[in-house]
Design a protein around this ligand. Structure first.
Ligand code: PEP
Ligand code: MG
Length: 370
């Protein structure tokens, strides 16, 4: 090996010569997209659109969910469409010529709604300070409405593609925004390459239904704008049921992206939001687990990924397969993904150089072992 001169770019170029795994980034704003590109990312493997719904937009979603009045709902959707079209325009422009996988809204419903506990505290404060009775009554009604929608296990509830099935107007709005932004850039002479990803799929009809909605919406926008739009549609594989029935699911997918965060959570039945919970450190201390499975991909989860890739190719021989969970930026996991035969890993922008290096090392080690 040549001496380390500190010239990271040269070392990364060598890694690029050997690696067969592509490296993309997880980004959801144009600044991070540009940063990923500067670090050598070959596209965006995951744009988490829920990150575009913070601040005021959260309020718009709450208005949409809590009102049955068609006009109020439509107005909320129109506002979201305007905002999202701008978001995607910026993302596709920053990644001109490279793929950008946009994932439709994924998080549990409660993340868009005000917290009933916070409302309760607010009501108590208003009552104690002699607040307006009308305002108090309004807040109480809101609290009761949100309380009635509470789920015992939100991460296993109304999230991912289930949101799009229950509220089809949301995926239509998002796909319309993606297609409109792409059409606009095409007319400006750029080369946007959006792809649409459906999250948390477990059965084929979920994907089939949302795929149909997306295809129809893309065709409408293409006709309206007078441009040709070829937008691939794929799915996350992040539930064990999806991995073991990947041959069926692949018949409706152009690509798979393994969401190893949720796949680890649902395979072990460990909550990904409570990794510091007492028992996991205890398991590590007593060596019941060799390492934290949320940081480095666990062999059992890797087996599901391998099964998903193999079955997926039976269902669709042209299927592209990547991974976009946190493990996509972990060197040990990257070795595993290389050996499984994934097409790419996708990780946070700052991990892109490390991922390029790890992918190069994995390729060299695999050759040496031949
Ligand atoms: C995953 O589950 O691995 C994933 C990438 O999706 P998210 O982390 O947004 O749930
Ligand atoms: Mg997930």
């Amino acid at each position: 090996l040549p001496e380390l001169t500190g010239d990271l770019d040269t070392i990364l170029e060598w890694a690029d010569e050997f690696r067969t795994l592509g490296v993309r980034a997880n980004a959801d704003n144009p600044e991070d997209a540009q940063l990923s590109r500067d670090f050598g990312a070959q596209g965006i493997g995951l744009c988490r659109t829920e990150h575009m719904f913070l601040g005021d937009r959260k309020q718009i979603i709450q208005t949409f969910i809590l009102n049955e009045d068609e006009d109020i709902r439509q107005k909320a959707v129109d506002q979201l469409f305007e905002a999202q079209t701008g978001d995607f325009y910026g993302m596709f422009k920053a990644m001109d010529g490279l793929p950008v996988i946009v994932r439709l809204l994924d998080p549990p419903l409660h993340e868009f709604l005000e917290s009933p506990r916070a409302l309760d505290v607010e009501i108590a404060r208003l009552e104690a300070t002699g607040g307006d009775k009308g305002v108090i009554a309004e807040k109480r009604a809101l609290m009761e409405q949100i309380d009635a929608m509470a789920e015992a296990n939100p991460m296993l509830g109304l999230r991912g593609c289930r949101l799009g099935i229950v509220y089809p107007i949301l995926p239509v709005m998002q796909v319309r925004a993606i297609a409109t932004a792409a059409a606009k850039l095409k007319k400006e002479g750029l080369d946007p390459k959006p792809e649409i990803m459906i999250p948390l799929v477990s059965v084929v009809p979920e994907l089939a239904k949302l795929r149909e909605v997306a295809e129809q919406t893309i065709a409408e926008v293409a006709a309206e704008q007078g441009v040709e739009l070829n937008i691939e549609i794929g799915t996350m594989i992040e539930l064990p049921r999806a991995a073991v029935t990947a041959d069926e699911i692949a018949t409706k997918a152009d690509f798979f992206s393994f969401g190893t965060n949720d796949l680890t959570q649902t395979t072990f039945g460990f909550s990904r939001d409570d990794v510091e919970a007492e028992f996991i450190p205890q398991y590590l201390k007593e060596r019941l687990l060799p390492y934290n499975p949320f940081a480095t991909v666990d062999p059992g989860v890797a087996k599901l990924v391998k099964m998903g890739v193999e079955l997926g190719h039976q269902g669709n021989p042209n299927l592209t397969c990547g991974v976009c969970g946190e493990h996509g930026g972990d060197p040990d996991s990257i070795h595993t993904f290389h050996n499984i035969g994934l097409d790419y890993v996708s990780c946070s922008p700052y991990r892109v150089p490390l991922a390029r290096l790890a992918a190069g090392q994995a390729a060299i080690e695999a050759k040496q072992a031949e």
